[in-house]
Ligand binder design. Structure first.
Ligand code: FAD
Length: 405
């Protein structure tokens, strides 16, 4: 047994890695270096994503959190932790495959029929099919159970009519997992059914929503008499709420951002100690106010990392992530947002030029090279307090189901 730190030198957890785990960490590093030989860095573009995904598939690591029976490597929570830490530090995504991989797949493991598992999981693993999430509606966001999109069983098909909103990536998706109302019960949650809908089916119309920064990520999706076979229902009719909640806990567990915040903290310490005006940014670490706030955020990050590991251990032991996923999401969002604020402080006046997307002007190429991506991350990070359920809603869940107030 060899002692090592897995959150970096300043942010150490002093977990003991076994020799096997150290060999595993070295194997991960070797794969990263072989796929993107230094000094090449992953650029986030589609070509690099494909190259990374191909390497993961060849290694059998594409579905790294999947059970062995569905093509996953069967890693322990510690191995998953090491994986996330190493690939995030190298600027790589821990998974490729979007919402299908991280959100729908765990639901198909638990609630999908063998036919659904055989039909949909291989395409998710191989990243051949992209999924979007049709939960929110006008008037049904935090209060999701008030959704009104209606599905009526006619023979072997559900006929679906309604409207979804804030559907991220619907314009690039092949399929949507969707919550529909199949009956009006006194308890609203009881009349909800979870359906899979082909985005090319007649009656599906995608209306782009262009956000204030000029980008197209969101959509409104209208469903007019859309027919989807009964075989595309996940779980039983009227039991979609249980399926939907299960999916949300996986979504929220994936929003703890521990590896990302750890990497940001390491890089803030580099950026924050360089002389003002240099590539590194301002000398802020010498300021007790700044370094005190950063240290406090790092301490909270350590606590979050332990909470995440505990949750992942429970999942690995056969449990499902429960209401504690709201703690992970709430604190994870808070910490990653604070980390991005530190970067903006380090950038100082160089943070200002990075609004030009809204005006259509060319960004000015001044200031340290990290300023642009980190300031963009700062702005994008604000939305994390709403996506996947707002902070207030997470607090309500924690109060009710974790603290049992
Ligand atoms: C980046 C991003 C991506 C998204 N992607 C998707 C997607 O792909 N698919 C999808 O279906 N949805 C998506 N959403 C929508 C998201 O799930 C909703 O925006 C979210 O659930 C909040 O719902 P709402 O916008 O209707 O706000 P509302 O529910 O109207 O809430 C408005 C405000 O009231 C507060 N509030 C509401 N109820 C309570 C309460 N009971 N107690 C205390 N405060 C309360 C909220 O916290 C919030 O501040 C996305 C959102 C964002 C920001």
């Amino acid at each position: 047994m060899t002692k090592t730190t897995i959150l970096g030198e300043r942010l150490s957890m002093n977990l003991s890695l076994s020799d096997d785990e150290i060999r595993f960490r070295d194997e991960v590093r070797a794969l990263i270096d072989a796929t993107f030989p230094p000094p090449e860095r992953y650029d986030g573009g589609r070509d690099h994503e494909r190259r990374w995904h191909k390497a993961l598939l060849e290694k059998g690591w594409a579905g790294n959190k999947w059970p062995v029976e569905f093509g996953g490597p069967g890693w322990t929570p510690t191995q998953n932790f090491i994986w996330e830490r190493e690939v995030t530090a190298a600027g790589l995504p821990p998974q490729v495959g979007g919402m299908g991989m991280g959100m729908l797949a765990p639901i198909l493991f638990a609630y999908g029929s063998p036919e659904q598992q055989a039909r949909f999981l291989p395409d998710i693993l191989e990243d051949r099919v992209r999924w979007c999430q049709g939960y929110s509606e006008p008037g049904a966001g935090s209060d999701l159970a008030s959704l009104r999109t209606r599905a009526v069983l006619q023979g072997d098909y559900y006929v679906v009519d309604g409207e979804k909103v804030w559907t991220s990536g619907a314009h690039r998706a092949d399929w949507m997992f969707c919550l529909t109302r199949t009956s009006d019960e006194p308890k609203r949650q009881a009349g909800i059914t979870f359906l899979l809908i082909d985005m090319r089916a007649p009656g599906v119309t995608i209306h782009p929503i262009i956000s204030i920064d000029g980008r197209h990520m969101f959509n409104r999706v209208t469903l007019d008499g859309v027919r989807t076979p009964v075989g595309n229902r996940v779980g039983r009719e009227g039991e979609g709420w249980t399926v939907a909640k299960g999916l949300l806990t996986h979504e929220r567990t994936g929003q703890a951002f521990v590896s990302l915040s750890t990497d940001l903290s390491r890089r803030i310490r580099e950026a924050g100690q360089a002389p003002a005006g240099s590539e590194g940014g301002a000398d802020l670490l010498g300021d007790p106010g700044f370094s005190g706030r950063l240290a406090w955020a790092e301490i909270e990050l350590q606590a979050l990392a332990i909470t995440e590991l505990r949750t992942l251990s429970e999942v690995a032991a056969g449990g499902a992530p429960g209401a504690q996923s709201s703690t992970l999401k709430l604190k994870g969002t808070d910490i990653v947002q604070r980390m991005t604020e530190f970067f903006v402080e380090c950038a100082g006046p160089y943070a200002a030029p990075w609004f030009p997307e809204a005006s259509g002007a060319e960004p000015l190429d001044i200031g340290p090279s990290w300023a642009r991506p980190e300031v963009v991350r700062y702005f994008e990070g604000r939305a994390a307090s709403i996506a996947g359920g707002s902070d207030e809603v997470q607090r309500n869940i924690i109060a009710k189901h974790v603290l049992r107030l």
